[in-house]
Design a protein around this ligand. Structure first.
Ligand code: GTP
Ligand code: MG
Length: 149
């Protein structure tokens, strides 16, 4: 079973998008196995976006992430990493298709509302960075056999 780290950034929380975003993943058939609201510290933000260290937007990006509440989540399901990114849309919201989260709600790259892991290694790394193993729930969803053949 595949897992992805999905996070609603401070702009998404402030704009009241928590339930909308959770609904989309839930309605798709994915299973929520971890969730918490935290204001991340600078160490966590920098570690999370370590791949972008040194880029011109890095300081703005990490300051923004630490500026307010983040809803950190772990979602589980078939190809949730890749399809989660499809649901999120392109990094630049103005290049995101309508129907995607960024395409429907966002305009600016620095206010693109949501993060999703971009591959199996980053998913594993990010889940371990944001969650203790005890904060991940192992359970069988009752609807599983109606979502998967
Ligand atoms: P995340 O899911 O947040 O990781 O976004 P992404 O995977 O679609 O994009 P990427 O990892 O390349 O960049 C991380 C974040 O940095 C993006 O979500 C943007 O908010 C920001 N970002 C990336 N590229 C640029 C850029 O060229 N300019 C600015 N201002 N911000 C950028
Ligand atoms: Mg990324």
């Amino acid at each position: 079973k595949e897992r992805s780290f999905i996070a609603i950034k401070p702009d998404g929380v402030h704009r009241g998008m928590i339930s909308n975003i959770i609904s989309r993943f839930e309605q798709k058939g994915y299973k929520l196995v971890g969730i918490k609201v935290i204001v991340p510290g600078m160490d966590l933000a920098k570690a999370h976006y370590a791949e972008h260290e040194g880029k011109p937007f890095f300081n703005k990006l990490t300051s923004f992430l630490t500026s307010g509440p983040v809803v950190a989540m772990v979602w589980e399901g078939k190809e949730v990493i890749k399809y989660g990114r499809t649901m999120i849309g392109a990094t630049n919201p103005l290049a995101s298709a309508p129907g995607t989260i960024r395409g429907d709600f966002c305009v600016d790259m620095g206010r693109n509302m949501i993060h999703g892991s971009d591959g199996p290694e980053s998913a594993q790394r990010e889940i371990a960075l944001w969650f203790q193993p005890s904060e991940i729930a192992e359970y069988e969803s009752a609807t599983q056999s109606w979502v998967y053949e």
